[in-house]
Design a protein around this ligand. Structure first.
Ligand code: FAD
Length: 391
């Protein structure tokens, strides 16, 4: 079998890349080891930067996003019993972010690829890549029906997330990895209750960080800082709501409760592997880098990578390899900015276990600075809405 670009992984990176290539007249095949239903239901990110929304609009993918997405012009920062608002529109000359769940982006992309006749294979197994240092790399896999296939490609895109097979297929010794684990995790819930806030609340409390975000006007998403080795079974719904009530408490404001229909604990990690290319294999999204979710960057970085990659592959297939040669460096500049911002937000807002009192005072001083200095608030706002702007 033959395709121009073999894409491993039907997450946001792989699906968007396949669509962007189709707009450029380039064939691709996306292979995914999970089912379509699983990919469409996997609860993950939900906040799009200004430039990501513009990218989706340019790619004619924003009909439902424009109808159902919730545009936000700022966030709240809560600490030491006070809640402060940062007005992104004012601070950044009109830039905003949009709440639209990753589940909905994945549904929109799958629907569109299938409507356009795109090749997507779900529930495959035994994915392998070979010949990466030649100009005819081979993607092989076993279909859901049990048939083994070998697909000769011009290039392969490894969009298979942190635990995928593409990054480990690069020969040992060629990648530089920088990583950091954090001494806490996030317990995330999705609940059938209208959000109690108009914009996200990032909250530093002596018990630990908490975040109030949302998915739709009817569905709230909330997070609690928990120990990294905590188990979800230790958190019955009543305990979760009690902890959220304690951390968010503010006179005159009420946190509404409702039935929880999804809950999970996610570890926090910073990870960057470089370069993002080996021969004709190009890594994109979580396959190459992970950020802690505090800065809401993971999904946005994945989409930024593939917008650069689509142009680089178009040029490569025309015989011009220069944009492909620049691909890794171009992406890594944005990745490192987001990695720093995510680390900064994380360390400012979380309670470090067994930290000395000095650490707490430094965090509170930083929060007071960000909420009282226009220069400091502008720095947070421009990073949060996306820096450098993608569009
Ligand atoms: C639990 C969780 C919660 C998160 N919450 C947030 C958040 O609140 N905010 C935020 O900004 N980011 C969040 N993120 C990060 C964000 O969701 C990711 O950055 C985003 O999904 C990256 O997209 P991707 O396409 O690169 O990778 P993924 O979405 O991971 O997609 C990779 C795909 O490859 C498939 N795959 C893997 N191995 C193979 C194989 N061998 N063969 C075929 N297919 C394979 C996987 O099944 C998957 O569908 C979260 C991530 C996780 C894991």
């Amino acid at each position: 079998m033959r395709t121009q670009v073999g894409i491993v992984g039907a997450g946001p990176a792989g699906l968007l890349l396949s669509h962007l290539l189709a707009l450029r007249g380039i064939d691709s095949l996306v292979v995914e080891d999970r089912s379509r239903a699983y990919c469409e239901a996997r609860q993950r990110a939900g906040l799009l930067e200004d430039g990501t929304v513009k990218l989706l609009r340019e790619a004619d993918l924003a009909q439902r996003l424009d109808a159902e997405g919730l545009e936000h012009g700022g966030i709240y920062l809560q600490f030491a019993g006070e809640r402060h608002h940062l007005d992104f529109r004012d601070l950044t000359g009109g830039r905003t972010v949009t709440i639209y769940a990753q589940t909905e982006i994945v549904k929109d992309l799958i629907t569109r690829r299938l409507a356009d006749g795109g090749a997507l294979e779900f529930e495959i197994s035994g994915t392998a890549v070979a010949g990466l240092d030649t100009d005819r790399p081979v993607l092989s896999y076993t279909t859901a029906g049990g048939e083994r296939r070998e697909v000769v490609c011009d290039a392969i895109a490894g969009c298979d997330g942190f635990h995928g097979i593409c990054r480990p297929s690069i020969p040992p010794g060629l990648l530089t990895v920088r990583d950091r684990d954090y001494p806490y995790a996030w317990l995330g819930i999705t609940a059938d209750v209208p959000p109690s806030t108009d914009e996200l609340i990032y909250n530093r409390h002596p018990d630990g960080f908490a975040l109030h975000t949302m998915r739709t006007p009817q569905v709230s998403r909330l997070y609690l800082q928990v120990p990294p080795d905590d188990r979800i079974e230790a958190w019955p719904d009543e305990r979760i709501w009690a902890a959220l009530q304690r951390r968010f408490a503010l006179p005159g404001w009420e946190l509404k409760e409702g039935p929880i229909f999804d809950k999970a604990i996610t570890p926090m990690r910073s990870f960057v592997s470089s370069p993002m290319r080996y021969g004709r294999l190009f890594l994109a999204g979580d396959a190459a880098h992970i950020v802690p979710p505090t800065g809401a960057k993971g999904l946005n970085l994945a989409m930024a990578d593939v917008s650069v990659l689509a142009d680089a592959l178009e040029a490569l297939l025309r015989g011009d390899g220069r944009p492909a040669d620049r691909y890794s460096d171009t992406c890594l500049r944005r990745v490192w900015r987001a990695t720093h911002f995510s680390w900064w937000m994380t360390t400012m807002l979380h309670v470090t276990p067994a930290a000395d009192p000095m650490t707490e005072e430094l965090q509170l001083s930083q929060l007071r600075y960000v909420t009282s200095s226009r220069a400091a608030a502008t720095s947070l706002a421009e990073n949060y809405t996306g820096y450098p702007p993608l569009r």
